[in-house]
Design a protein around this ligand. Structure first.
Ligand code: TYD
Ligand code: MG
Length: 444
């Protein structure tokens, strides 16, 4: 097939060249020139000649949403899949992406055929997994293929109601010279797939393997092409799995769906709080934090362990929490509360494999550390949240009421909250604090 003309575009400054160069002559960055097709359509088919209307006259689009077959995933997506919606699902190898999508595919066959394109596993491997999961699948079409142009043909021919591409890194277009998995291939294929999905009104899941650095598909560049980005989290050797909505053009971000990996695939967990604090122990260093980045809070257990340092450079290790944020909290603990950890190793762990990025966890993490250091447990009937400022002040955070209500629902009697939030909720006492010191005095 004749090659369409290509150009090389600097990913850093946008400089274009007809030849590949190791270093961008415009911005001086190395290895930033990436092959792209010279002419391209638009992903959003807005067309030309659109109307100009005041905001008040635009009606909200109503979508006919289709269920993924999992109530929690539908809820996290904002009510199911929208026609033409392109969803990137990213996660480390072995976490369960293919398993989840195979289950979704099977359940989606109630709407028609589902095309599962796999460039990672052979048809018989997937079929074996399908049988293990108890799927029958007359309408579930497995297609082990990596050449994009062939996949296009099959989509035309089979007219599926859902497309799965597992994984985007294995698919390549013959229009580009670079190999599968390169930035240009991944971008090109995603772009054209998105175009096709919009045109046909078919939703699609694209699997993106996360590289060691944690970037999605190597190329973070996919994020702006797709409508929705889901991140699959959890520890491989633990059975909790969390799907987080990182971006969503058809719903809110921060929503989560919790699953449990069983011998029969993924099962949805409808009461995640019960799940995450189910094994909590009453020991120094353990606290309960109502976590939320979306509208549904989940109670999670945060654990800290402070021990005399083993080596001259004390260790700071975290799981599910940012290690730089920990360094900051240790500095605040020292300066504002007189809790010294200079000669101690400090470990912080969010139980269950969920990772907590919101600053609202600061107060809980700081208290877990203080509690371990002082060898005094935080009372069992308490939850706490709040962001910490550098002067040790406790700052307001979002979703205060949702968090406290979730704690009340699970029988907690007291919630330590930022004093600037005016929260009064029946059945639970709120203890407003304005500084870290105050929180430590109240709880330890
Ligand atoms: P997989 O879906 O292949 O992960 P990914 O596509 O993200 O690379 O998940 C594979 C893991 O899940 C593997 O370690 C086995 C485990 N698993 C179960 O525990 N139960 C099951 O029913 C299935 C199908 C897989
Ligand atoms: Mg897989």
């Amino acid at each position: 097939m004749a090659r369409q003309s290509v150009r090389y575009v600097c990913q850093s400054c946008g400089y274009q060249s007809v030849k590949w160069k190791g270093r961008c002559p415009s911005c001086g960055e190395w290895n930033t020139l990436v092959e792209e097709l010279a002419e391209r359509g638009k992903v959003l088919n807005l067309g030309t000649g659109a109307k100009v209307l005041p905001l008040s006259s635009w009606e909200e689009e109503s979508f006919e949403r289709r269920s993924t077959g999992f109530t929690n995933l539908d809820a996290a997506l904002g009510g199911g899949l929208v026609p033409g919606q392109v969803v990137l699902i990213a996660g480390e190898p072995g976490i369960g992406k293919s398993t989840l999508l195979l289950q979704v595919s099977d359940r989606f066959t109630k709407y028609g055929k589902v095309l599962y394109v796999s460039g990672e596993e052979s048809g018989s491997q997937i079929a074996l997994r399908g049988r293990r999961l108890g799927l029958s699948g007359q309408k579930l079409l497995l297609y082990p293929e990596t050449l994009f142009e062939n996949i296009l043909g099959v989509i035309e021919q089979e007219d599926p109601s859902l497309i799965i591409v597992d994984s985007i890194q294995t698919i390549y277009s013959e229009k580009l010279e670079s190999s599968a998995g390169s930035v240009s291939q991944v971008r090109e294929v995603t772009f054209r797939l998105a175009e096709l999905c919009k045109e046909r009104g078919v939703p699609c899941f694209i699997v993106g393997q996360i590289t060691k650095e944690g970037a999605i598909a190597g190329p973070k560049v996919l994020e702006h092409i797709v409508d929705t980005v889901l991140q699959f989290e959890g520890e491989r050797y633990n059975f909790y799995r969390i799907v987080k909505v990182i971006k969503n053009r058809f719903g809110s971000t921060g929503e989560v769906a919790v699953f449990k990996m069983s011998d029969f695939g993924l099962e949805e967990v409808l009461e995640p709080s019960a799940f995450f604090i189910g094994e909590k122990v009453s020991a120094p260093g353990s606290v309960v934090f109502p976590y939320t980045e979306g509208s549904k809070p989940i109670l999670v257990e945060i654990q800290a362990l402070v021990l005399p340092a083993l080596y001259t450079t004390p260790q700071r290790k975290t799981q599910g929490f940012d290690v730089n944020r920990l360094a900051l909290l240790l500095a605040i603990l020292e300066k504002e509360a007189g809790i010294f950890t200079k000669d101690s190793d400090v470990f912080v762990n969010v139980a269950g494999g969920i990772s907590v990025r919101e600053p609202a966890a600061d107060l809980a993490v700081a208290l877990a550390i203080a509690s371990s250091k002082k060898e005094k447990p935080v009372p069992e009937d308490v939850v706490l949240f709040g962001e910490l400022g550098l002067a040790g002040e406790v700052r307001a955070v979002h979703f205060g009421e949702f968090r406290v209500r979730e704690a009340q629902r699970f029988g907690f009697r007291r919630a330590v909250v930022p004093s600037s939030l005016d929260l009064r909720i029946e059945g639970i006492e709120t203890l407003p604090v304005s500084t870290l010191k105050e929180a430590i005095d109240v709880l330890l």
